[in-house]
Design a protein around this ligand. Sequence first.
Ligand code: GTQ
Length: 362
Amino acid sequence: MNSPTTTPSDDGTGLVPTVNRDAEAGRAGFYERARSQHLAPLWRVLHGLVTETPQPRCVPAHWRYEDVRPFVMEACHQISTEEAERRVLVFENPGLPGQSRITQSLFAGFQIILPGETAPAHRHVASALRFIIEGRDAYTAVGGEKTMMLPGDFVITPSWTWHDHGNVGSEPMIWLDGLDMHIVNLLAASFREGYPGKVHPVDRPEGAAMAEAGTNLLPVDQDYGTLTSPIFNYPYDRTREALDRLSRFREISPWHGHKMRYVNPVNGGWAMPTIATCMQLLPKGFESRPYRSTDSTVFTVVEGHGTSRVGDQVFHWGPHDLFVVPSWTTVQHATATDDAVLFSYSDRAVQDKLDLFREEKL
Ligand code: GTQ
């Protein structure tokens, strides 16, 4: 092995404590010879590899919309969507600089598309979610069907489906992109293809997916060869109404407020196979009890104002802000003056499938 390696033991976290440090110098020759065969001693790194508790490298973070939006607008003066392919400013977790990660496993970015612009069709194994922040009269086309997008809508681009985006209105549209490419890349399973042409042909009417799967009815004999929901736009008006109605009769969760998960109506699982998505209502004057879970989570504020204590940090948030709760970091939300609605996404969909997910309600 000729590249110098930084093992967890180098920063004092991986060396098994029973190892006699004084004896290690005498073992150096052995380590050196083993290294020539690309072999390494586990006892110098074991406790850094198999940690006692989650050791997230991402940190609690908060982006205010008023700080971020000017940069997103400025990006439009710097580059066109056509030139950029996707004009996106990536949220980089301060604990993971230069890695295009908002958490260890997930990507987040604000994409902006101006009136008249088209983001050309491509497809990739990575799945994407779009959560609409502002604007109207822009669409995304997925697998031959268009959907118009409005603020608060949750839109899915399933793995390996052709997709292009366009703005046919008169104002910019900004949405939050969440992607799982870091999970795909961990497994070295990524493919990508550009479409030979700007847009993929549309061959299904708008609303087709909603008619096929959006009313608790599914076409009999339809085969679904995928874990991704056939619904690719979960519109905000329906989500908001559901939250409002259930808040009138359901007992509130002390940890989550009124929190709903987006489901795939075919199998009852998460709407996406890799990314878990939720929407929650925190009524005015609510204070949640401390909660932690193993899925590092990205939150964006749809409506209202509040405060979240994340580990030892306190974030005061308002509409369209983003904040991150790292794995196994205690979070508590509070609202004061108004109801708040939070959209969130995490890798829980993966952790559930692999029996990794844990949570603690304090
Ligand atoms: O819109 O297809 O933010 O492929 C990153 C990668 C958006 C997209 C991103 C992508 C897209």
